[in-house]
Ligand binder design. Structure first.
Ligand SMILES: Nc1ncnc2c1ncn2[C@@H]1O[C@H](COP(=O)(O)OP(=O)(O)OP(=O)(O)O)[C@@H](O)[C@H]1O
Ligand SMILES: [Mg+2]
Length: 307
């Protein structure tokens, strides 16, 4: 880390202290967002490359000129106070904001180097590759088995009909194999293996959330977006989800919004801090962001002084 990257250290009696930054009414210092605070360098490829992303809802400028590269097969945490644009950012990564009538999006998002905001992109395919898990578990009111098998059958990923039969595999075999694999990968199999035909709504909240993760895995995504996936869960269910996220990051690129800073510190490899006004203020290795933030506002936020 270069000298110029260091945040100013100010103490009352230090004659070399830097000039105090002007304070806003909320107590945040009026610092400028600096490129180097957001310039996170990592080995390997960027799974997602976001450049100059602006999002408007009508006249409301919700995200301002956000650029960040997200490394593959790792966990990226997005943190920041309510309303700073975390969910908006997440939804841009699989074009879910296209569904919001008032939303306007400028800028670029590339998945494996391919622009997702260009004409001709198949949104169903995109959302298969970039799956999403929401804050409240939302299983279909169907059996556990059907929750997993629905997506792949709909997309034609389970071989049906004559070809499958000629190859000696019945649809049911293939489906059951897929159901088991996804439930195992979502660390739910042992709890539900004897009740696959029960209605998914009969599961506990934590189990429902893992089922939703299993459902997301069933269409073989590359990226999993999670918007506060554990905020409605008790500590035990939360810790299961956290362990699961850690496992998933071996094979998937996980981007997770969380309000729980300990959770971000525990599970993520890199952390992006958004602050009020829709700015990405700092982005870096999680240890660095939490232990040695470059931005005074980020330090204040992390230490609980505001937000
Ligand atoms: N569908 C929408 N229509 C209009 N404005 C919206 C919409 N969704 C979000 N906004 C506005 O965009 C800004 C960012 O919202 P967003 O939901 O992305 O914040 P967030 O960081 O996820 O907040 P929280 O932590 O509370 O979930 C807010 O000012 C919000 O009111
Ligand atoms: Mg949100």
């Amino acid at each position: 880390m270069s000298e110029t990257n260091q945040k100013p250290k100010t103490t009352e009696n230090d004659p070399t202290k830097t000039v105090q930054q002007p304070q806003t009414v909320s107590g945040e210092s009026d610092e400028r967002v600096r490129e180097e605070w957001r310039n996170y360098e990592f080995d390997g490829d960027a799974k997602l490359a976001v450049e100059d992303l602006d999002v408007y809802y009508g006249d409301d400028h919700a995200l301002k000129n956000v650029s960040m590269d997200i490394p593959e097969n790792s966990v990226t945490a997005l943190i920041g106070p309510s309303g700073c644009g975390k969910s908006t950012f997440l939804r841009c990564l699989n074009r879910m904001n296209d569904r919001v009538k008032t939303a306007r999006i400028d800028g670029s998002v590339a998945l494996d180097g391919e622009e997702i905001y260009q004409d001709g992109v198949n949104l169903v395919e995109l959302r298969k590759r970039v799956g999403m898990v929401f804050q409240s578990p939302n299983p279909f009111p169907k059996s556990i088995r059907e929750n997993i098998a629905y997506g792949p059958s709909k997309h034609g990923d389970i071989e049906t009909g004559l070809l499958a039969r000629l190859l000696g595999r019945s649809n049911e075999d293939e489906r059951d194999e897929l159901v088991e694999t996804c439930l195992r990968d979502a660390a739910l199999w042992d709890e539900v293996r004897d009740r696959l035909d029960d209605n998914a709504l009969g599961l506990s909240g934590g189990q429902q959330q893992r089922l939703c993760i299993a459902r997301c895995l069933s269409v073989d995504p590359d990226v999993i977006l999670m918007d506060e996936p554990a905020s409605a869960l008790d500590p035990i269910a939360t810790s299961k989800i956290e362990d699961l996220i850690d496992d998933l990051s071996q094979d998937y690129t996980v981007v997770i919004v969380t309000h729980n800073m300990q959770q971000a510190a525990r599970i993520s490899d890199q952390t992006a801090v958004f602050l009020t006004g829709g700015e990405l203020v700092e982005y870096g290795a999680t240890d660095q962001v939490f232990e040695e933030p470059q931005s005074q506002r980020v330090e204040d936020y992390i230490s609980g002084k505001f937000g």
